[in-house]
Design a protein around this ligand. Structure first.
Ligand SMILES: [Zn+2]
Length: 174
């Protein structure tokens, strides 16, 4: 399963495409919120329910609804804020379903609350090791994160360029 770096990049790649130009003065906040929404599902590690309900379409919709209700500075309208937060969150379980997993049940509870089955689609990303006592812990995780940057980073870069162009043409119109 990808690292927080890969998850943040994945969320930004999708989030920037959906959100459109950031609300005025909120460019940094928009990026930070989208990145955080892409990582947040792993907070389930703190409650011992990793890769379960938080890694699902249901959790993504709940996150989107909360973001829209709280008017997070993601987009100019509530609907767009909902879509941005939902899809940014959803990148997390999707990327996890494309990563190596060694803990049973393999994969993530992608379709919760409709189904509690775990889904593992393919192995595109290396697993991030949490076994800090192992000799290759740092090297393994750095290499895994670097591969994520190389695989996901280009999509994030394209999304950033598209978002910047949209912001520039909006300011030119105003
Ligand atoms: Zn995860």
């Amino acid at each position: 399963m990808p690292s927080p770096v890969g998850h943040a990049l994945g969320a930004l790649a999708v989030g920037w495409m959906v959100a459109g130009p950031a609300p005025r003065g909120a460019r940094l906040a928009q990026g930070l919120w989208i990145g955080a929404l892409g990582v947040a599902a792993d907070l389930d590690l703190l409650i011992g329910r990793h890769s379960m309900e938080t890694h699902s379409v249901g959790a993504a919709v709940i996150a989107g609804a909360i973001a829209a209700a709280c008017r997070l500075p993601l987009a100019s309208t509530r609907t767009r804020t909902f879509l941005t937060a939902t899809l940014a969150w959803l990148t997390h379980p999707l990327l996890d379903a494309l990563g190596a997993d060694t803990s049973v049940p393999l994969g993530v509870m992608l379709f919760w609350p409709v189904s509690t089955d775990h889904v593992l689609i393919a192995r595109v990303f290396d697993g991030i090791s949490r076994q800090w006592w192992r000799e290759d812990f740092v090297r393994h995780n750095l290499l895994a994160a670097l591969r994520e940057v190389m695989r996901i980073g280009p999509f994030t870069l394209v999304a950033w360029i598209v978002a910047r162009r949209a912001a520039r043409s909006r300011s030119a119109r105003e």
